[in-house]
Design a protein around this ligand. Structure first.
Ligand code: CUA
Length: 382
């Protein structure tokens, strides 16, 4: 009695867990495709799944039938008829699965090549994996309004209903040396593809509708692998054109004498460990006179911050740059200054990183006043 009750409660718990896990929606599911490069593999999956269901029901049905029909009945004492192999049956159950597998192989292999073929009129985006964030470079493509290459991080912006060709690799501070393998995976838009140091891999993505598609690094790449998220935001054509125009423009310069201007100057100051913010980060158009020399913010190690606030998340897309409304929507008039300030003060405490090895943001030992000024500047970078 007690055992059966325990079994019943376990089954109930399992059923409850299954129901609850289905409740939260599935923002990151390959079973919820949102574009052609995810729909086709999903169609194939559906086909294979239903073939497997038929096989499962048939095999299990036969087993249950045999168990019930040929079980020992009261009074049965004689040994049942003993058989040793049945050539006809064995050929039958070898040939059938072979035919099914060969049948599935044809559309599978064809699709592997189809999905990798470069689409016509595709937007090209170069994806570079770093420890632990994704960099997106948009090379010059006049047909998409891009006259000069620019870079962004974490969030890839694409036009909806347009194929996008990704060329991907992995780098550490501009070189393949010391880099590790990452994997770019936005399940509702495409399959997974590795980013391999010293090699360029390709993948196509496309979103049918405007929207925000979630993904993450899918290849273990060290300490903050789980904190290396990917976002793809598909916009209407007009919205994409505006975004491209914004990204190509230089950063706004703060009014002299403001806290933001003070923050900007601080980015060029050498801090703890002999680094300045601009040794790692680029802010196109930002320059500062230091000791009679005009310096540019042109670091190439960390994310490009030129239009930081045009993004929604930072630090590998694990923290919100804006406060959120009741439905989880970003409130674009409320920058998340506290979180940004906390990040500047204690980066390694907020996201596990190894800056001493060159992976991630070091603690520059900023004072509270410095953090406040730099935050004031950063939130002007829209
Ligand atoms: Cu990058 Cu895991």
């Amino acid at each position: 009695m007690r055992t059966s009750r325990r079994i019943a409660s376990t089954l109930l718990a399992v059923a409850l867990a299954a129901v609850l896990s289905a409740c939260g929606g599935a923002p990151q599911s390959a079973l919820d495709p949102a574009g052609p490069f995810a729909e086709r593999p999903d169609d194939l999956f559906q086909l294979v799944f239903w073939i497997a269901v038929v096989v499962f029901v048939l095999v299990q049905g036969l087993i249950i039938y045999a168990v019930v029909k040929f079980r020992q009945k009261p009074g049965d004492t004689a040994l049942p008829v003993q058989t040793h192999g049945n050539t006809k049956l064995e050929i039958f159950w070898t040939v059938i699965p072979a035919v099914i597998l060969a049948g599935i192989a044809v559309p599978t292999v064809r699709m592997v090549f189809d999905l990798d073929a470069e689409p016509d009129n595709a937007l090209q985006v170069d994806v570079i994996g770093h420890r632990w964030w994704f960099e997106y470079r948009y090379p010059a493509q006049p047909e998409f309004g891009i006259d000069e290459e620019f870079a962004t991080a974490n969030e890839m912006i694409i036009p909806a209903a347009t194929p996008v060709r990704l060329r991907m690799t992995s780098e550490e501070s501009g070189s393949a040396e010391g880099a590790v393998i990452h994997s770019f995976w936005v399940p509702s838009l495409a399959g997974k593809q590795d980013l391999v140091p010293g090699k360029t891999t390709t993948m196509n993505i496309e979103a049918n509708e405007p929207g925000r598609y979630l993904g993450q690094c899918a290849e273990y790449c060290g300490l903050s692998h789980a904190n290396m998220r990917a976002r793809v935001v598909a916009l209407e054509d007009a919205g994409f054109d505006d975004w491209v125009a914004l990204q190509q423009s230089p950063a706004d310069d703060p009014e002299p004498g403001t806290l933001a201007a003070e923050g900007k100057a601080l980015l060029f100051e050498t801090k703890a460990g002999g680094n300045a913010c601009v040794s790692c980060h680029a802010i196109r158009g930002a320059e500062q006179e230091v000791d009679g020399q005009l310096l540019q913010a042109a670091g190439q190690v960390g994310p490009d911050l030129t239009h930081l606030m045009s993004r929604r998340e930072f630090a590998g897309a694990i923290f919100d740059l804006y406060e959120r409304g009741p439905d989880g929507e970003f409130l674009l008039d409320q920058p998340n200054e506290d979180l940004l300030a906390q990040w500047l003060a204690q980066p390694v405490e907020m996201k596990p990183m190894q800056p001493e090895a060159g992976w991630g943001m070091p603690n520059l030992g900023l004072t509270d006043e410095e953090v406040e000024a730099i935050t004031a500047y950063l939130i002007t970078l829209d």
